[in-house]
Design a protein around this ligand. Structure first.
Ligand code: NAP
Ligand code: MG
Length: 500
């Protein structure tokens, strides 16, 4: 394992020298769209031009799907033994580690995430997850159904075929890995469509996959606009499965595309409005730290962000006071400065949307307890203060809608049944948490919370070996863990009659 340390150079110089590949990777090589179409990406931390990126159109998606299908039918990948596929994917993980700095910098330039975090977290998580799936595939046994002496009934898993992974911009490499890991390990051909705000890391990844030994057509990357490239994948009659992460609104579209085309399987990881219930006997010091990271980490652009705190009225003010120093400590800064804990939001229009929610909250009766303002405007970037809205009620739009920015809604409660009811009173069900020193209280509440992940006395602890996904309109199907193979494999029953 080689994780290279940050170089002693300054990252600004490094970024100016970094060559940017901006084209699609189709059928084993980088190429422009047939039409030559591109779209512009602006660096969200400076407001300046970053790159013109290939905008795949439906004919380019057709090319990619054709190459993916040919690779799949030829057996060049799926018919390799699990040991052989494992070796290629382990090499892929190793190459990602070797390019940690470069991938981190691409991610920072594209998304405004702080370089300290992209170096520490993003590409290394991707490598770790790819490695985990690589290591799993020669340890997964199939089944024999208990059917008596007259027959042998095999239940085996087969790759589903051509998989399109359509991913968002908030953790571009990490979320891509949650799809690529199991889909490639199972033997599928995968086409990755990154969000238009975060194409560069995905584009670079394609060449690393090829270098690792993934055959032509097995892993392709098709950047482009969602309503063009994303829709073409969703509607394509020869795509067998979609692994989608993104908003509930676009997730709904993928179900429509499936219904309107070939009934392709659709796995959906969607938005959230995750509640943290804080009881009066909670360790408030510890809770405050987790609440702060839970809402502000990654500028609040996290699907499972703990964006609603439901706190007992007797400890509410104390909790807010304990959040104040954290808001300062985690204040955003220049993303190319390794000392910045946080960077900019994804773009100017998103910043305006988030600021609009603060205003809306105030109009509906909430009060701004911490932050609430744009900062560092002179940089040209989309930076915002860590923000707490107090006196929120669960019917306000700031409590019901996903803001996807650094804005915490604080709701108080009097009795625990109400707290659970409020937490569950949401269209979303991605994650939740309960804070209590009483193990019975914590466990009883955890059972009653309708969410795919419930944390007890912590928040946002994750591991690739634990499933992740949502209840209700936060989606269906699970990423991570061995359960993710369900999305990208078919179960085959082979019935062998044992006659004389
Ligand atoms: P988004 O707008 O839904 O986009 C997600 C992906 O879908 C992007 O690649 C996007 O491409 C594409 N897309 C957009 N419109 C499309 C259309 N009409 N047809 C086909 N594809 C289309 O989400 P986002 O703004 O990138 O990310 C934020 C959302 O993702 C939040 O709601 C967040 O909660 C959710 N999220 C969920 C999880 C989870 O695991 N549950 C994790 C992270 C994020 P373009 O961007 O190029 O248009
Ligand atoms: Mg988008």
């Amino acid at each position: 394992m080689t994780v290279t340390a940050a170089p002693p150079t300054d990252w600004l110089t490094h970024s100016q020298e970094l060559p940017l590949e901006t084209r699609a990777f189709i059928a084993g090589k980088y190429r422009a769209a047939r039409s030559g179409a591109t779209f512009e990406r602006i660096n969200p931390a400076t407001g300046e031009h970053l790159a013109h990126i290939t905008a795949c159109q439906s004919e380019d998606i057709d090319d990619a799907v054709k190459a993916a299908r040919e690779a799949f039918e030829s057996g060049v990948w799926r018919d390799q033994s699990p040991l052989e596929r494992k070796a290629v994917l382990l090499k892929f993980a190793e190459l990602i580690r070797q390019h940690n700095e470069e991938l981190a910098l691409l991610e920072t330039l594209d998304t405004g995430k702080a370089i300290g975090e992209t170096l520490r977290v993003d590409a290394s998580s991707l490598a770790r997850d790819i490695q985990w799936y690589a290591e799993s595939i020669d340890k997964l046994y199939d089944e024999v159904a208990p059917n008596g002496a007259g027959s042998l009934v095999l239940v085996t898993r087969e790759p589903i075929g051509v998989v399109a992974a359509v991913v968002p911009w908030n953790y571009p490499l990490i979320i891509a890995g949650w799809k690529l890991g199991p889909a490639l390990a199972a033997g599928n051909s995968v086409i990755l469509k990154p969000a238009e705000q975060s194409s560069l890391g995905a584009i670079r990844l394609a060449a690393l996959g090829q270098e690792a030994g993934l055959p032509s057509g097995v892993f392709q990357v098709t950047p482009g606009l969602g309503h063009v490239a994303g829709q073409a994948l969703g509607l394509h009659p020869d795509v067998d499965a979609i692994g989608f992460t993104g908003s509930t609104e676009v997730g709904r579209k993928f179900l429509e595309y499936s219904a309107a085309s070939n009934l392709k399987r659709v796995g959906l990881e969607l938005g959230g409005k995750s509640a943290q219930i804080i009881t009066p006997d909670a360790d408030l010091e510890r809770a405050a730290m987790y609440v702060a990271y839970g809402i502000w980490y990654n500028q609040g652009e996290t699907c499972n962000a703990g964006s609603r705190v439901i706190v007992h009225e007797s400890v509410k003010d104390e909790l807010i006071e304990k959040l104040r120093p954290w808001a300062e400590k985690l204040a955003p800064g220049n993303p190319l400065d390794p000392a910045s804990p946080l960077g900019s939001l994804i773009d100017e229009s998103h910043l305006q949307k988030v600021l609009g929610y603060v205003e809306l909250g105030v109009q509906q009766g909430a009060t701004v307890a911490i932050g609430g303002q744009r900062v560092m405007q002179e940089s040209g970037g989309a930076f915002m203060q860590n923000t707490v809205l107090d006196n929120v009620t669960n019917d306000m739009r700031v409590a019901r809608e996903e803001i996807f920015g650094p804005v915490l809604a604080v709701i108080s409660y009097q009795n625990l049944d109400d707290a659970v009811r409020l937490a569950n009173d949401s269209d979303y069900g991605l994650a939740a948490a309960v804070w209590s020193r009483n193990i019975s209280t914590a466990h009883k509440v955890a059972r009653r919370l309708r969410a795919g992940t419930v944390w007890v006395n912590c928040f946002d602890h994750t591991s690739v070996n634990a499933p992740f996904g949502g209840y209700k309109q936060s989606g269906h199907g699970r990423d991570k863990s061995l359960h993710a193979f369900d999305k990208y494999t078919e179960l085959k029953t082979t019935w062998i009659e044992l006659y004389e």
